[in-house]
Design a protein around this ligand. Structure first.
Ligand code: HEC
Ligand code: HEC
Ligand code: HEC
Ligand code: HEC
Ligand code: HEC
Length: 191
């Protein structure tokens, strides 16, 4: 029995422990990812709760205003690169509101934005993270989907909330149904 032999074993042990716990941690991480992808993401469950109505700077109602416009795209145009939908320009609102309800506080505020050529700071409702590709042109013009597929019965709504999911599961569920690509790189560049 030599002191050096004891030292060797004692030195080995502290190295073994961190390696074992690292392996356990990595294993748990992989299992969690697999479980996440299998259960919630790919099988169509939406894990994100629908957000509550957020107060908008002006009480604009789609239910009221869609009576005057046949097409959603009369107010929301697809940008030239296809990525975003526009909000209506304030001058368009003022074609009516220069006279309609012009004495109301909300319309005074609208008229102020229009006069200063500042866009109304509408609060975003439907947004995907930056690492996701989403093009309205592909879905509206190419796939010929109605806005209602992804935004619900907007014509019946005074206030818009995110009543339809735009989670990965929701995207993939429709892509499967319509035979569109479910390849990770369709929607993500770096994965
Ligand atoms: C008169 C113009 C007008 C028309 C017509 C109109 N919208 Fe809008 N839309 C707006 C304005 C203003 C906002 C911002 C205020 C709000 O969210 O209610 C908005 C917001 C939205 C949003 C939320 C955007 C976000 O940030 O996520 C969606 C979705 C939407 N509209 C869909 C539609 C659909 C679908 C139709 C047709 C059924 C339609 N709109 C018709 C003016 C219009
Ligand atoms: C075709 C005409 C028309 C256009 C264009 C129009 N509106 Fe209106 N808007 C109306 C009418 C009509 C009412 C209802 C007025 C009433 O209650 O007597 C109204 C009501 C409103 C109200 C509620 C006012 C209040 O406090 O009662 C807001 C806010 C409003 N509009 C915002 C907008 C915005 C923002 C736009 C541009 C995206 C817009 N409107 C475009 C006709 C129009
Ligand atoms: C296939 C689903 C889908 C369809 C169909 C669709 N949208 Fe969207 N919409 C989305 C998603 C997802 C976002 C969030 C986009 C982002 O963050 O880049 C969004 C965002 C928006 C916005 C906020 C501005 C923006 O571009 O981020 C508006 C306004 C809007 N949609 C209106 C419409 C209208 C009007 C139609 C019909 C002409 C329509 N959408 C059809 C899924 C859809
Ligand atoms: C209601 C059905 C539906 C929903 C919901 C939907 N998509 Fe799609 N998507 C389609 C269809 C159909 C196509 C094929 C369009 C074509 O090229 O003909 C498509 C095409 C695409 C493309 C272009 C693929 C290519 O090859 O050019 C991308 C990117 C995309 N979708 C991303 C998304 C994302 C991200 C979401 C969720 C936020 C989503 N989609 C939600 C039906 C849907
Ligand atoms: C049809 C579009 C689409 C396809 C295909 C797709 N994703 Fe996603 N993915 C999304 C959207 C949309 C989100 C954002 C979801 C959200 O914000 O709730 C997302 C989020 C993610 C996230 C982040 C998860 C989180 O909780 O933040 C990861 C990781 C991911 N995707 C991996 C993948 C992998 C791996 C694949 C291939 C098996 C894939 N995605 C295929 C649309 C897609």
């Amino acid at each position: 029995m030599t002191p050096s032999g004891d030292n060797g074993a004692a030195e080995l042990l502290p190295h073994f422990k961190p390696i074992a716990s690292w392996a356990l941690f990595a294993g748990a991480l992989i299992l969690t990812f697999v479980a996440l992808v299998n259960s919630s993401m790919l099988l169509g469950e939406d894990t994100t709760p629908p957000p509550a109505a957020k107060p908008q700077p002006l009480p604009f109602s789609h239910k009221l205003h869609t009576q005057f416009f046949k097409e959603c795209q009369d107010c929301h145009e697809i940008s030239s690169d296809g990525w975003t939908m526009s909000y209506p320009p304030e001058e368009k609102c003022m074609t009516c509101h220069a006279t309609v309800a012009a004495d109301r506080p909300a319309i005074n505020k609208l008229a102020e934005y229009a006069a200063q050529k500042k866009p109304v700071p509408w609060v975003p409702i439907y947004r995907v993270p930056d690492f996701v590709y989403f093009s309205h042109r592909k879905h509206v013009q190419k796939a010929k989907l109605d806005c209602e597929n992804c935004h619900g019965p907007v014509r019946e709504r005074d206030v818009i909330v995110r009543e339809k999911p735009i989670s990965m599961a929701a995207c993939i569920s429709c892509h499967k149904e319509k035979g569109a690509s479910t390849n990770c790189r369709t929607c993500h560049d770096a994965i």
